[in-house]
Design a protein around this ligand. Structure first.
Ligand SMILES: *Cc1c(COP(=O)(O)O)cnc(C)c1O
Length: 217
């Protein structure tokens, strides 16, 4: 299946770029995919998935978690502050921490729960006005504000501009992460995950190359 091909390409890219074998986590992005396609990837043994919408994830993953052990679900879409509590119930990682109001809300919720999902700060590396994410020149300040709130950060995430070579964006994200002592790098999608691995990606988010094209209703 396509999953095996993508895993083989990830392992080959790790070897080619001197990365530790198995050090890159494949997040299979299952948003908007029919349940039977998601189930076949689960049945094939894959356990790490990505979702973009809280409501969609809520309708899908509690049932799959009952049937398949050790599933981990990563939120990779924009997160509304009023859905933060529900997100903490649903997700093992949130890749889209992108503004002070969300950091404040998560910090308050995490205080009372005592547990926190992995958190990635989304950086708008292309400074695109329509795109979510912290602007690169505000990243250091935002990261230290999160740390002041006792939010444990795993790393940084980016979605490069569609019409540009992603490589400089991946390099920029890696530089920002290293400067801030963060080891996680969530970058690379179906079309560019090997380039992302070359630049140090620890998490690649691959959807259509595994599941096929998404059919939006
Ligand atoms: C949908 C999505 C992906 C997966 O995109 P593909 O091109 O299908 O691999 C990865 N990251 C984010 C943030 C997404 O929204």
């Amino acid at each position: 299946m396509a999953l095996d091909d993508i895993i083989a390409r990830i392992r080959a890219a790790e070897t080619a770029h001197g990365r530790v074998p198995g050090s890159v986590t494949l997040i299979a992005v299952s948003k908007v995919q029919p349940l039977d396609r998601v189930e076949s990837v689960l049945t094939a043994g894959h356990r790490v998935f990505g979702e973009n919408y809280v409501q969609e994830a809520a309708g899908k993953w509690p049932a799959f978690r009952q049937r398949f052990a050790s599933v981990s679900v990563h939120m990779i879409g924009p997160l509304q502050t009023n859905k933060a509590k529900q997100a903490l119930d649903l997700f093992d990682a949130i890749h889209t921490l992108d503004r002070p109001s969300l950091a404040d809300k998560l910090a308050r919720l995490v205080q009372t729960r005592g547990a926190c999902p992995q958190l990635f700060v989304q950086i708008n590396t292309g400074s695109e006005p329509q795109k979510a994410g912290v602007l690169p020149d505000q990243a250091d300040a935002f990261i230290s504000a999160c740390r002041d709130l006792d939010l444990p950060l795993t790393g940084l995430m980016c979605i490069p501009p569609e019409d540009q070579d992603p490589a400089p964006h991946f390099a920029q994200l890696a530089t920002l992460a290293a400067r801030n002592g963060l080891s996680g790098l969530s970058m690379g999608m179906s079309s560019d995950f090997e380039t992302a691995i070359a630049h140090g990606a620890t998490h690649v988010r691959v959807g259509s190359a595994i599941f096929g094209a998404r059919a939006y209703a």
